[in-house]
Design a protein around this ligand. Structure first.
Ligand code: CTP
Length: 409
């Protein structure tokens, strides 16, 4: 049997990037031979094994990755006769379809190295269409390697467009899609992920609520970029530049969904978009079964981001309501993430990327002031139950009034 490194390990070594995962393909072996050598099978009818010592993945060379619709419809044909070239031709991109042996001799029948040098993400063959998840994968690789100058080949965009139009994307499970989406959002240029999905019509299938933002104008005074879709991309870009966590990036992507619902005659104003957007945010959250912290923050940021921007003008009572809604007493981190998302929203505007955001410190100060109200003295005064809650609120309101007066004097 012959063993080759394949996929990302070869690609990233040639790009001069650190290699984390190493996948290997085994040619000329049977399942029985692998088991006899101590390899542990990964799944019952899946010709993938883990090395007994290193735990690294070894897959038998295989063909026929798919037999039906969706992820369930996969069958594998692995046999010692399957050649390396036959295995590689079933892979997604030419830059992912290279193999190398122990001496770093490259097997590159589909010209992955040429495409690496030309900075092109190109599908290997029509077999690309066997797994619709690859539409998201290509967009994710585009987001990851955009900084190196990579773009998607026009013929690959075309194939992605056909796949998106075919209804195949709907067959993807929430779990598989979320894995790609969340990884893509954590790349250096997550806005490229959304842009590539949009270019091939996949965004309209996966997140029509986000797609609908393109072409929707906003007032030029606050939004020199005007277009809500472009604004959303810029907010996401700012979130990545400022190394924000996934929760914040997810909230940034969804914060303005309500603007897609504004009747055209009201453009470019978007009155109460914070409220109208909530049901859309909820729908996208649930479609991809986003983790609870992502779901929560997206809804809160959607609801309250304009409060964040107007922080210094808010009445003390509104400020208190905001802090209560976030439960800043028990969830300080979540409020920090809200502030971060608001700041990214403020900076994700053409020409305003470097603006200062005094609201951030003001909100932090307000949270600290409200948290500073001690419960003990109120208990000592005999407050209990709901009355204690009311008394706490009154005290917090008092300190917030003083805080506001001092800070805005
Ligand atoms: N592959 C594929 N189609 C998929 C998933 C994987 O063709 N839907 C192939 C590609 O050749 C890929 C390899 O399997 O390079 C390994 O897949 P994976 O580990 O998911 O990705 P990597 O390319 O290693 O990329 P990453 O750095 O994102 O892990």
């Amino acid at each position: 049997m012959q063993v080759y490194k394949v996929g990302g390990a070869v690609r990233d070594r040639l790009l001069g990037l650190p290699v984390t995962d190493i996948d290997r393909v085994v040619v000329g072996a049977t399942t029985e031979e692998m088991l006899a050598q101590g390899f542990r099978p990964v799944g019952a009818d899946f010709p993938v094994f883990l090395h007994p010592k290193t735990g690294e993945e070894y897959a038998l060379a295989r063909t026929e990755r798919k037999s039906g619709r969706g992820y369930g419809g996969f069958t594998f044909y692995a046999s010692p006769e399957v050649t390396l070239e036959e295995d590689l031709v079933r892979r997604d991109l030419t830059i992912n379809a290279m193999a190398e042996d122990d001496q770093q001799n490259l097997t590159d029948p589909y010209h992955g190295q040429r495409d690496l040098e030309a900075r092109i993400l190109r599908h290997v063959s029509p077999a690309f269409a066997e797994d619709p998840l690859r539409v998201l994968r290509v967009a994710r690789f585009a987001a990851r390697y955009a900084g190196l100058g990579f773009t998607v080949a026009p013929e690959t965009v075309e194939l992605m467009r056909q796949l998106s139009a075919s209804g195949e994307l709907q067959a993807l499970t929430a779990e598989r899609s979320w894995k790609e989406i969340s990884r893509a959002l954590m790349e250096d240029q997550p806005q490229v992920f959304i842009q590539v999905l949009r270019d091939c019509g996949a965004l309209n299938v996966l997140m029509p609520e986000v797609d609908a933002l393109f072409g929707v104008p906003q007032p030029e005074t606050h939004h020199p970029e005007i277009d809500t879709g472009l604004h959303t991309l810029s907010v996401l870009q700012q979130a990545a530049l400022h190394k924000q966590p996934l929760t914040v990036r997810w909230a940034c992507l969804l914060h303005d969904l309500g603007k897609g619902l504004t009747p055209q005659e009201e453009w470019p104003r978007h009155i109460a978009h914070e409220h109208s957007g909530l049901k859309l945010i909820k729908a996208v959250n649930e479609r991809f079964k986003a983790p609870k912290d992502c779901q929560e923050l997206a809804l809160l940021v959607g609801h309250y981001h304009t409060h964040g921007h107007r922080a210094l003008e808010l009445k003390a009572s509104t400020l208190l309501e905001l802090l209560q809604s976030f439960d800043v007493y028990r969830r300080p981190q979540r409020f920090e993430e809200f502030i971060a998302a608001c700041e990214m929203d403020a900076r994700g505007r053409k020409g305003l990327e470097q603006r200062s955001y005094p609201q951030a410190d003001y909100l932090r100060g307000a949270a600290t002031a409200a948290r500073g109200v001690a419960v003990q003295p109120l208990l000592e005064k005999g407050f209990t139950g709901p009355a204690l809650g009311e008394a706490l609120k009154r005290e917090r309101l008092k300190v917030l009034k003083a805080y506001k007066d001092a800070a805005t004097a």
